[in-house]
Design a protein around this ligand. Sequence first.
Ligand code: GLV
Length: 325
Amino acid sequence: LTIVESAAPEQSTPKRAVIVAIAEPARAAAWRERLAALLPDYTVVDDTEPTPADRVRYAMVWKPRRGFFGAYPQLRAILSIGAGVEDILSDPMLPQGIAIVRMIDDALTVGMREYVLLHVLRYHRRQPELEAAQQERRWQPIDAGTAAERRVGIMGLGVLGCDGARHLSSLGFKVAGWKRKPAAIDGIEVFAGREGLDAFLARTQILVCLLPLTAATRELIDAEFLKKLPRGACVINASRGECLVENALLAAIDSGHIAGATLDVFAREPLPPDHPFWTHPKITITPHIASLTALESGARHIAAAIADLEADRVPLGLVSRGNGY
Ligand code: GLV
């Protein structure tokens, strides 16, 4: 999606444009319409429409095709409709020196909160074992213990990770977080960097991955990593499939070390029909729906970011290219 600024009626200068690049046409149309209503000074265009390239000032994108940005010499910023920006940062034609803004949206935060609470509670209450017993008509009471006895570990303490950690804490779970650099977060024990990873894993019974995909997090969850979790731990991945080595997870589950996994994201999406995850009794999969950006609030975030950039203010969600998120 490209936003193009169009001419104000009283002048002959054409408006600048915001270009929208989203592969699904219905979704692209909905975003164009919402943004156009919020950005009267711009023409909001689709990347499939012929648009003078030098008019395009902002690009609003989701999984843009490789090289997309190279076509727009006047681009001021790239606005992602998702929280993850690895597809933008890895584009070989990404212009230097322009801002990249990731999505920060209340609906996205609440959606992830619900997903994390749902699946942590499901493992905490040992619901998969109850479901297996039901399949066999087995009356099998299980005392799951209380949340205060359950140690949950969240990897990635950004907007989504901190929110999930806070809500799990308020249910009484013992919550720790792991991030790149040390930080003090109320009510959450924070482990940092490679130095803090082993201790974080050793105390974590339910692991939730909300990490951005960067060179440092790609395939972080491998065989060695999984071994450092206590026997019987469960893994929830709602960030990026590439943070996890799929075969290592399968082996760790099949050996009995890892009790189960809930995965929303995969190295290949859609997950191929012959993938072993589909039918594995200890794996729950969801089709990358843990949390979705809402059109209304998401478009407001983008309009606010454009207003901030035009006024030389730092927009919410400004990405650090060095950090990769
Ligand atoms: C979804 O995966 C996102 O990055 O928002």
